[in-house]
Ligand binder design. Structure first.
Ligand SMILES: Cc1cc2nc3c(=O)[nH]c(=O)nc-3n(C[C@H](O)[C@H](O)[C@H](O)COP(=O)(O)O)c2cc1C
Length: 649
């Protein structure tokens, strides 16, 4: 017998008539880059397949619509009432099963959020939107009340869809009754204000979801594992509370095989950042909801929300707080998390930083990306990566995220790599994040990469600026310039005062800040720092010259920041910094009158400028610029730019 890592996490469990090889379930993630023909493509399948190869016991396709006419809120959903979906779905289930993994799929209906225009369906669908009650939305759309015939028709559609996915080879399915979609709308006292037998008491509000479960069971038969996802608490005034969450679990328990206790509501920003917990709250913040439910039921319970660390997952299973740990973003940052944990390589796991880039890109262009994982959205291509060209001597100039990613990838692909870093530490701007608790995961990522460079055999030279002379001496075949960016210094009086700090000053800590701080520049960097300093009890004012703050933040991160900023930070928009004195920042707002905002310290965060790498351009046959040295942008561009630059060698 060998010594098992995380023995509880990697113990099997029987759900219905299947046995999960471990306790890790890849929870539904909407299908990235699904074509508008809405059939499963090899691209999308490869995204999920990576999770199966990575060792999850179950992989669940995201929202798939059971009743297209009334239930679809996006042009990019699998439509389970379209018979043409069958070939690609059956091919998909085969793909997942190939990797000793259970294919599952989420049956969904968007209810009152279907058929009205939104970012994923700008023109709407031309069909009538239906919800639990008749209403006019704040945007002016009329939602019609579902009558009993339609309720019965949709319940039947759930059953038919279940039959289709079973026919396609799925071995499990998940009913989405949380986050404020149709079934959740009926269950929630916030949305369901009906006075008939489908509204009012919890028993009445549960009538429709129970009809759905009966309809599904009638089609899939006994034993077929049905997972029921619901919000244990909605975290909105008037919504479901955990006491009702427990009752809901009790009411469905006999009809389902796994109770999946999620949280929050999608269309309510403050609650949505609890569904998808932000970096401002501890990992595993919502586990207590599953734990509370578990005490009241006999069926297995899954928990979810910011589960990143396998040690925490092990503790959850070992202590019996939940039976299954479900996760979405951790398996985007690193689909191989389960395997690495099981194989004793936990320190290699790339840990999700909960930055919301995945959700933001999915909502925006539909091309999902990850700040840390350059393969997200490229899983299919990854199978056919070109073999490395002849081994080359590669000089990487700069040891920030882009340079480290390039160096690591090049070394793994057999090239001889020398990385020169001008400072005494690898990590670039991530080094400054170590002093901000809610950014520490990013710092850890940088340090993890630094360790991996050593293991991969990269020759790292610290305190070594990449000069022309150095490059001439080394005679590399390739130079990858990753020199990063530096703070823009605004040309205003007092900018060189002793009370003025810049990003570079944060590398060694935050001791330079006084009790009151003015942050000049309300972008992502400035606003995150404001949250941190406010948490430390300082009086913080953010001065932003445009009419919005943190424009460069992913939408959900901005929502989460909003919650935090409201705890005491003052933001002044449309306000320009004119001068810095020893008493603070002189500003000019809409009334054009100069005004002093008093502060002990002025932090300058007005933007970044790329460092030039032109001095290295002609010193090797292949020359590339990556990361902020190309254009100052976000983490995704750094990791992805570094990775693909090295793959192409
Ligand atoms: C990119 C992305 C897409 C998602 N799509 C779905 C979906 O289609 N259906 C669903 O029920 N939840 C969806 N979720 C929510 C996740 O299943 C999960 O509940 C949430 O992300 C919290 O878990 P995590 O902290 O492990 O990411 C999505 C989450 C992400 C990050």
């Amino acid at each position: 017998m060998y010594r098992k890592n995380y023995p509880n996490l990697f113990s099997p469990i029987t759900i219905g008539n299947v046995t999960l090889k471990n306790r890790i379930s890849a929870s539904p993630t909407s299908n990235p880059a699904l074509n508008m023909n809405t059939y499963m493509t090899k691209d999308v399948a490869s995204f999920y397949e990576m999770r199966a190869i990575g060792g999850a016991a179950v992989v669940t396709i995201g929202e798939s619509i059971v009743h297209t006419r009334t239930g679809c809120n996006s042009n990019y959903r699998l439509l389970l009432d379209d018979p043409n979906v069958i070939p690609s779905l059956s091919d998909f289930s085969r793909t997942i099963k190939q990797h000793d993994c259970i294919p599952s799929i989420e049956l969904a209906h968007a209810g009152k959020f279907a058929n009205v225009p939104n970012s994923l369906r700008p023109a709407g669908s031309g069909q009538i939107p239906y919800g639990p009650v008749h209403e006019i939305t704040p945007d002016g759309y009329e939602i019609f009340e579902m009558n009993e015939d339609l309720i019965a028709e949709v319940a039947e559609a759930y059953g038919k869809a279940a039959g289709v996915v079973k026919f396609c080879g799925f071995e499990m399915l998940l009913v989405h009754a949380g986050h404020g979609w149709l079934l959740g709308q009926f269950m929630s006292p916030l949305y369901n204000r009906r006075s008939d037998r489908f509204g009012g008491s919890l028993e009445n509000r549960m009538r429709f979801p129970l009809m759905v479960l009966d309809s599904i069971r009638a089609r899939v038969g006994p034993g077929f594992p049905v997972e029921f996802r619901f919000s244990g608490e909605e975290f909105v005034a008037g919504g479901i509370t955990i006491d009702e969450g427990v009752e809901i679990a009790r009411m469905v328990e006999d009809k389902v095989d796994l109770l999946h206790v999620s949280a929050g509501l999608h269309e309510q920003p403050g609650a949505n950042v609890i569904t998808h917990t932000s970096t401002f709250v501890p990992q595993g913040r919502n586990v207590y909801l599953a734990e509370t439910v578990k005490k009241a039921v006999k069926k297995p319970v899954a928990c979810i929300g910011g589960l990143i660390d396998p040690a925490m997952m092990e503790e959850i299973i070992a202590s019996g707080r939940a039976d299954v740990v479900a996760m979405a973003r951790s398996l985007i940052a690193d689909p191989f998390l389960p395997r690495k944990a099981q194989e004793g390589r936990a320190e290699e796991i790339v840990k999700c930083i909960r930055c919301y880039v995945c959700m933001d890109t999915l909502r925006g262009t539909r091309n999902m990306r990850c700040a840390l994982n350059p393969l997200i959205g490229r899983e299919f291509e990854h199978k056919f990566l070109p073999s490395p060209g002849p081994a080359k001597k590669v000089l990487v100039a700069g040891g920030g995220p882009a340079g480290m990613e390039a160096a690591l990838t090049a070394a793994k692909r057999g090239h001889e790599v020398i990385l020169c870093e001008a400072s005494d530490q690898l990590g670039g701007q991530t080094v400054s994040e170590q002093h901000i608790p809610f950014k520490k995961d990013l710092y850890d990522f940088g340090q993890q990469r630094a360790r991996q460079l050593e293991e991969a055999g990269v020759e790292v030279r610290l305190n070594t600026p990449a000069t022309r002379g150095l490059a001439e001496r080394l005679k590399p075949g390739v130079i990858i310039a990753a020199l990063g960016a530096e703070s823009i210094i605004p040309d205003i009086p007092g900018i060189d005062g002793e009370n003025v700090l810049f990003l570079k000053d944060l590398r060694t800590g935050h001791s330079g800040f006084g009790d009151s701080v003015v942050i000049l520049g309300g972008g992502l960097v400035g606003c995150e720092l404001a949250i941190h300093l406010n948490r430390q009890g300082k009086k913080v004012t953010v001065i932003e010259m445009t009419d919005d703050w943190a424009r460069d933040a992913p939408k959900l991160h901005k929502d989460a920041m909003d919650v935090e900023l409201r705890k005491g930070v003052t933001i002044r928009l449309n306000t320009r910094g004119l001068a810095i004195t020893d008493r603070g920042l002189v500003c000019e707002g809409g009334d054009k009158q100069p005004e002093l905002v008093e502060a002990d310290t002025v932090f300058c965060a007005v933007g970044m400028r790329s460092r030039s790498s032109e001095h290295l351009r002609d010193l090797a046959p292949i020359f590339k610029i990556v990361g902020d040295g190309r254009v100052p942008r976000q983490m995704f561009e750094a990791t992805s730019g570094g990775y693909w630059a090295a793959v192409d060698l």
